[in-house]
Design a protein around this ligand. Structure first.
Ligand SMILES: [Zn+2]
Length: 116
């Protein structure tokens, strides 16, 4: 199983090896609330950037451990990559960038990121 997604203009496209997630995280931190993410964590190696890897621009803030990857043309952030405290690489996909995801059917876990 794989699922695919992209930024809005299509410069950046990706495929994920694995089942389409049925759950997503909605976080209220200053960054997530502005972008309206519905995030699903996937194994770091499961993400293949099909197009636009060299176009991606990165935004880091706060502890600078998460690289928020966005398209410089349309501004959409399809995924973020970072490292857990133990060094494990992590990737979170923005399910809003995955056309096959039924957003209304997702089980949403609210994360109180504003308090982190
Ligand atoms: Zn774009």
């Amino acid at each position: 199983m794989t699922f695919s997604g992209s930024c809005h203009c299509g410069k950046v496209a990706f495929t994920v090896m694995g089942e389409l997630p049925h759950e997503a995280m909605s976080c209220n931190c200053s960054h997530c609330r502005r972008k309206g993410f519905l995030l699903a964590f996937i194994p770091h190696d499961a993400l293949a950037i099909e197009r636009g890897a060299d176009e991606l621009t990165e935004y880091r803030f706060y502890k600078h451990v998460i690289g928020h990857k966005f398209c410089p043309t349309c501004g959409v952030e399809p995924f973020a990559q970072g490292e857990a405290p133990d060094g494990t690489k992590m990737t979170a996909v923005n399910l809003r960038c995955v056309p096959a995801a039924d957003l209304d059917a997702l089980t949403i876990t609210k994360v109180d990121g504003a308090r982190f």
